[in-house]
Design a binder for this molecule. Structure first.
Ligand code: HEM
Length: 303
């Protein structure tokens, strides 16, 4: 789609089932109509409302919708990278935001938010099932908070953070990142120039499993991401949420959502390796979202 957009236009090929598209289109049309009416405008403080406010306006008169955080990076940003929220150069953003743009962004939010977080939870449960010592360590950390599981306490669980980060290294849900060159770009002294307009695919999986950056790369080892070991990580060798100004907007939400689910599960259940557990998992080729087929593990209720 991204590599041959003209072919897509010419063949009129649709990658989405028309029934699904119609469902989202009609749901969104009525929501937008509702949001546009003065009576409802002030009641919503969400992403859809930001887009509705920006409808039919150009980027120039919408600079207020991007923030610019100059704050010190916190722990999440130290591991996963900072969100560069400088307003984009408006001369590069042509045209107005249309209802089709809102529709595309709404569906993107659903797809980007659900599949990735669900995938993180599957691979983390699987990794815990195969590494009982790590699971026990995580269980003890979780139990030390004595049932007080809120935003603040979950942010203070370094071993949980490390388990999540290591899972996203070995099993990053989006295996490839895409970028289009904005200008001719010389790649150091390699003699290679990426021409303006060329699509570049970044194979994040290979970087995450490169032994130069991660010794024993196929081993799931949360210790790599404990605060005392993090300075051994090579810069830019870890990007499960992408990189730069277009990295994942849902990063903090996705992490907190997944961590909350893990905490609730780990305190009640123990994951085990069963006869149906496949080791190792083999990622399928040519997939945009990581797909290792079925993941089977055992689940025991803790006493
Ligand atoms: C573990 C969970 C998640 C992972 C691993 C993940 C990963 C990613 C990655 C790798 C990208 C591409 C970034 C780039 O090209 O540099 C991305 C983009 C995006 N993600 Fe996530 N994501 C997660 C959760 C979420 C959630 C929960 C939401 C929404 C609530 C979300 C919304 C988005 C959106 C809208 C984009 C496109 C951003 C843009 O193009 O500017 N993601 N995500």
């Amino acid at each position: 789609m991204k590599t041959f957009p003209k072919v897509l236009e010419w063949t009129q090929f649709k990658s989405t089932d028309p029934k699904v598209e119609n469902f989202f289109r009609s749901a969104l049309t009525s929501m937008i109509a509702n949001r546009k009416s003065m009576a409802n405008r002030s009641k919503h403080n969400d992403y859809l409302q930001l887009m509705v406010n920006a409808l039919n306006k150009t980027a120039d008169n919408n600079s207020h919708i991007t923030g610019n955080s100059a704050e010190e990076p916190d722990d999440t940003e130290r591991i996963y990278g900072q969100r560069d929220e400088k307003p984009m150069n408006s001369t590069k953003l042509k045209g107005e935001l249309t209802e089709d743009d809102i529709l595309a962004n709404t569906v993107l939010f659903l797809v980007a938010g659900y599949e990735t977080t669900a995938s993180l939870l599957s691979y983390l449960s699987y990794s815990l099932a195969l590494n009982d010592k790590c699971q026990q360590k995580l269980y003890e950390e979780v139990m030390s908070f004595d049932g007080k599981y809120d935003y603040e306490s979950i942010s203070k669980m370094p071993y949980l953070e490390a388990c999540v980060a290591e899972t996203l290294r070995l099993y990053n849900p989006l295996v490839v990142l895409f970028r289009m060159a904005n200008e001719d770009y010389k790649l150091g002294d390699t003699g290679i120039t990426i021409p303006k307009g060329m699509m570049v695919n970044l194979d994040v999986q290979s970087i995450h499993r490169n032994p130069d950056y991660y010794p024993n790369p196929d081993r799931w080892d949360p210790e790599r991401f404990l605060p005392e070991n993090r300075d051994q990580l090579a810069p830019h060798s870890y990007m499960p949420f992408g990189i730069g100004p277009r990295n994942c907007v849902g990063m903090r939400f996705g992490l907190m959502e997944a961590k909350t689910a893990v905490v609730c599960l780990v305190q009640k259940f123990r994951f085990t390796r069963s006869v149906n557990t496949c080791v190792p998992l083999i990622p399928k080729k040519h997939e945009f979202i990581l797909n290792c087929g079925e993941i089977n593990i055992g689940v025991e209720l803790r006493k």
